[in-house]
Design a binder for this molecule. Structure first.
Ligand code: ZN
Length: 248
């Protein structure tokens, strides 16, 4: 998981403003009149304009596991704070969810289906559950979410890697919960990360053992490019290069 830079394109996609804001006001009014049978509009929060903007900003990767999914699957528009209901731990889904953030730009990401449907689902644990914002009259800024936010937090301060295995830095709770609840060490994901890492290790060791020539220089530049945000599993590779610097 890496921090997604939205500063390069900080304005929300237009439809979230032109239509999303009005829908949000409707949802708030429904809550105020005790009508909790909310109808969310995926044609607004999941509009192709919104999805494309998010996917571009995420470099075609899942906001959580950093898999490049977009060539084989459309991915899910993901609400960081779940819109329809939330789960702190193992209880049944609590309703309503964060209905007033359904069309909120800070709350919208795109994830792969496995991260969203099989792992995150309605989980949104807090380290201070008594401070949870239960409706739009309460303040989400009083919450201390355990899930790392892909824009407002820097995930690489919480999660690092030993080879392909995600680990928490100094055992911090946010890293622990994010890895566990999002399945960031699931077997299939670790297999794919390991394949990528083995490929990088081969190039690294070849470059290291190669005399100083243009080929070695080319290999070093190749490796440097694998640390950028655009790379699949950039965070794992950056952990590797921290221990194996390209300074030879
Ligand atoms: Zn994912």
């Amino acid at each position: 998981m890496i921090r997604i830079n939205r500063k390069i394109n900080s304005d929300p996609p237009e439809i979230l403003v032109t239509k999303g804001d009005a829908e949000t006001e409707k949802l708030k009014a429904e809550f105020n009149s005790d009508n909790l049978d909310f109808k969310f509009k995926p044609n607004i929060y999941g509009h192709k304009q919104v999805k494309k903007t998010i996917i571009d900003l995420q470099n075609n990767k899942c906001c959580f596991c950093e898999s490049s999914f977009n060539h084989v699957s459309p991915g899910d528009v993901e609400h960081y704070r779940p819109k329809a209901g939330w789960i702190q731990n193992k209880e049944k889904v609590n309703k309503p969810g964060y209905y007033w953030l359904t069309y909120n730009w800070d709350n919208l990401f795109v994830s792969c289906e496995i991260c969203n449907r099989e792992n995150k689902k309605n989980f949104f644990p807090l380290s201070n559950p008594s401070q949870r914002a239960l409706n739009h009259n309460q303040n989400i800024l009083d919450e201390e979410p355990l899930f790392i936010h892909p824009v407002n937090d820097d995930p690489e301060l919480y999660i690092a890697f030993i080879d392909e295995i995600a680990i928490t830095i100094n055992g911090n709770a946010r890293g622990n919960v994010t890895i566990e609840k999002l399945g960031l060490n699931r077997l299939t994901l670790n297999d794919d990360r390991r394949k990528n890492l083995e490929f990088i290790k081969v190039i690294y060791n070849l470059a290291l053992g190669h005399p100083e020539t243009n080929q070695r220089q080319a290999a070093k530049e190749f490796l440097i490019n694998f640390q950028t945000d655009e790379t699949e599993y950039a965070s794992m590779l950056r952990s590797y290069f921290l221990k194996n610097p390209i300074n030879f």
